[in-house]
Ligand binder design. Structure first.
Ligand SMILES: Cc1cc2nc3c(=O)[nH]c(=O)nc-3n(C[C@H](O)[C@H](O)[C@H](O)COP(=O)(O)OP(=O)(O)OC[C@H]3O[C@@H](n4cnc5c(N)ncnc54)[C@H](O)[C@@H]3O)c2cc1C
Length: 407
């Protein structure tokens, strides 16, 4: 029997797990490499050589086909949904619509168990659980068997909304091998993903730092001080009380390495979905640069920038239809692809690979995250000190200083 080679080079595997989901023999599982990235592995004893795993690999077999037909700047009108979202809360509005019609919504949740972080795809069937899927988790989420679950719901005739990174949405289409009229997909504008082990090892540093207390939640985007990249960590003490600690992105090792694109999965630097051509019926992201592209939409009666603004690319008739059906929940304003992509480079090309990536991941695989933390504190010392000094300056003076610097 011919030996199945799932990928010849790591840049040809995005880790979506479509091959794992499709294998009738359950002969494929995901295994961590030396840095924690998950890759599929075939158990030769179980494999019967049917090659279904090769056929469903959308990442190797197909290019994205859809094109944005309509483009919007958008904000969720529901204040609490908006504040719990990373951008303008578009996902929550879309999810609510599907849930209200008796549908099922799939997306990434970040759960914590015994102080360990578990980023994984789940499905929800009611609005009470929507909070689990809200917010960006800047780490690769494990698909598990959600493609199998989504197919089951689709074949029962239920509406399914599936959201994820473009490669995860492509993985679903590859697995299904056809489109369904009751399926709507949302892909995110994505600049790349670090792996779950790396993130959890960082969380263990936080647990260790606060001996006796435990990390029970992590938000990568907290809007307490406005729409940006700062986060929040939730710590439970022995009495069970949870304290929410604000995490400025630039003094935090994991967030900084993520934002600088230093620790992504190998294929992210060659991502074929970092382009105008899209996979999902909808693409959503942050509307970065809206103050230059649409100053007329901001201000007293317009969008409140500090609460977050989304961009939506509607890439199919289904995508346009769901935007129209959502016009009572979303404040929608037409925009253009060129305006949205001006400050969102991931719609044009993948993140550039950093020279330091190999050094960082080598340190990590050899010595663990403690070494990364020390390396970070040394290398980014100036940035960390500047941040603390800057934050001692009263806010009003900071705004004045910003204006002077901007000229
Ligand atoms: C790894 C990653 C990189 C991103 N890079 C960019 C970027 O470069 N530019 C940009 O404009 N936007 C980027 N985004 C998207 C942005 O952060 C918001 O997620 C998006 O704008 C949706 O915001 P929202 O307010 O509508 O919904 P939110 O409630 O904030 O987001 C929820 C949605 O995000 C999905 N999601 C969250 N984490 C993950 C994950 N780890 N894997 C798969 N799906 C996930 C959920 O399934 C759900 O669909 C990125 C998101 C992720 C997860």
């Amino acid at each position: 029997m011919e030996k199945i080679v799932l990928f010849d080079n790591k840049i040809n595997c995005c880790g979506c797990g479509a091959c794992v989901n499709v294998c009738p023999q359950k002969a494929i599982d995901m295994k961590e490499d030396e840095c924690g990235f998950l890759y599929p592995r075939v158990d030769k004893k179980k494999c019967v050589g049917c090659k279904l795993c090769k056929k469903v690999c959308e990442y190797q077999n197909k290019m994205p086909q859809k094109q944005p037909v309509k483009v919007f700047a958008a904000v969720n009108k529901n204040e609490s949904q908006l504040m719990n979202s990373a951008s303008g809360g578009v996902f929550a509005a879309m999810a609510k619509l599907i849930l209200e019609s008796g549908g099922v919504v799939f997306g990434a949740a970040l759960d914590f168990k015994n102080g360990h972080a578990i980023p994984h795809h789940i499905f929800i069937e009611n609005e009470e659980e929507l909070h689990r899927l809200q917010g960006s988790k800047y780490v690769q989420s494990s698909i598990g068997n959600t493609y199998v679950q989504a197919k089951k719901f689709l074949e029962q005739g239920r509406s399914v909304l599936f959201s994820g990174t473009p490669c995860q949405v492509a993985g679903l289409y590859g697995f299904l091998n056809k489109d369904y009229k009751n399926l709507i997909t949302i892909d995110l504008i994505c600049h790349g993903v670090p792996n779950a082990k790396f993130f959890d090892d960082y969380i263990q540093i936080e647990n260790h730092r606060r001996r006796g207390k435990e990390v029970v939640g992590y938000s990568f985007r907290d809007k307490k001080k406005g729409w940006g990249m700062n986060g929040r960590i939730d710590i439970k003490d022995i009495s069970g009380k949870i304290r929410k600690v604000y995490v400025p992105a630039r003094v935090n090792s994991y967030n900084t390495l993520f934002l600088d694109g230093e620790i992504y999965r190998e294929n992210c630097y060659e991502c074929k979905y970092a382009t105008r051509c899209r996979v999902g019926d909808l693409t959503i992201g942050d509307y970065w640069g809206i103050e230059q592209e649409h100053p007329e939409l901001l201000g007293k009666y317009g969008f409140e920038e500090k609460k977050g603004i989304s961009c939506i690319l509607a890439n199919s008739s289904k995508g346009i239809l769901i935007c129209e059906r959502n016009s009572n929940m979303l404040q929608l304003n037409e925009s253009t692809f060129s305006k949205v992509s001006n400050k969102n480079g991931q719609l044009k090309k993948p993140t550039q690979r950093k020279k330091s990536r190999e050094e960082i991941l080598k340190l990590y695989s050899k010595f663990g995250y403690e070494k990364i933390e020390r390396w970070f504190r040394k290398k980014y010392k100036k940035q960390i000190i500047t941040h603390f000094i800057y934050n001692k300056i009263p806010r009003s003076l900071r705004i004045k200083l910003k204006r002077i610097v901007k000229g």
